[in-house]
Write a protein that binds this ligand. Sequence first.
Ligand code: SAH
Length: 373
Amino acid sequence: MTRPDQSSELTLVFDEPVQKKKPPRHLADFSPEERRAFAQELGLPAFRANQVANHYFTHLSTDPQMWSDIPADKRQEFADKFTPQLIESVRSVTCDAGMTRKDLWRLHDGVLVESVLMRYTDRTTVCISSQAGCGMNCPFCATGQAGLTRNLTAGEITEQIVAAARACAYGELPGGPTRLSNIVFMGMGEPMANFNAVMRTLRNITDPIPDGLGISARSVTVSTVGLVNGIEKLMAEGLPVTLAVSLHTPDDELRDTLVPINSRWKVKEVLIAADAYEQKTGRRYSIEYALIRDINDQTWRADLLGRLLKNRNAHVNLIPLNPTPGSKWTASRPEDEAEFVRILESYGVPTTVRDTRGREIDGACGQLAAAET
Ligand code: SAH
């Protein structure tokens, strides 16, 4: 029997899952140049793609009858061709007096994904999914337990963001109309394992209108388990989005269990890649750390993390564990959490404890599993 070499192992992890039936093509799948070529392929002049992109990204329009720069008898046809509906709302649930809203979406093939919209006093953030399910298998994460169903297309990821931008613009959240200000790739999936679609989405977010939403890269956070090749590719793109690394423990021994891809890229390698990213973009990165009672919340681990990070341009985001159904793990005791923060701060490491918006609606970190139909 031949032993699988490293490259075939990687192939197993990163290969695109087989898609039974591809979603309809959407202008958000393409770069602005490709959109024009797409128009021509549909037998239309290239500028029609720009017009529809403008209605989609600038006006967040869902009603083609308002597209007065397009002949009335062509509007619906163009809408269907360039912007077919890729996500259909199954249901929305709210909490925090309506300021947090979780949306469950059905894709063309019946697959379900979720996004969460959160309005704060100074900003409104959407947390989106980049994959249906996830292949990274982190044992404390609800999405990880279900495995990977498939990658989302750039259109399907972008549609979650445009839907959130519309909800903001149309005043669907209490407090009246507002602007979607922040986007975090912290819903279902591992963004770096769906790199091309995520990259196209990042361009759709940051390209100035009418080609994209015109939201600053600084308002976007991409969270990863630490796929070093992905961090390096993102760095090469030169788009200064904020990087978040899900570390969860400073030692390889425990991390091999909590974040199984650690068997491929160790803590030090991940931090070196994040440092390089920080140097190139000038963006301080985040270390995500879910505090799990008696598993990774000991004072010696806080010390080790403090020593690892004290000379790095990183800040730590502690997340009280949201226990997943059937899990024996739970959140840290308040006194242990406070001590963890104190120790990190004693090393001068900026530390925050994430607020757990959406907990009651299973919309908090690691709870997005879309198990229901
Ligand atoms: N795959 C990406 C995005 C996942 S979700 C990543 O791993 O970074 C965003 C964050 O929520 C990650 O840091 C993830 O580890 C964390 N998370 C997952 N399950 C959780 C849970 N049950 N409680 C608290 N945080 C959790």
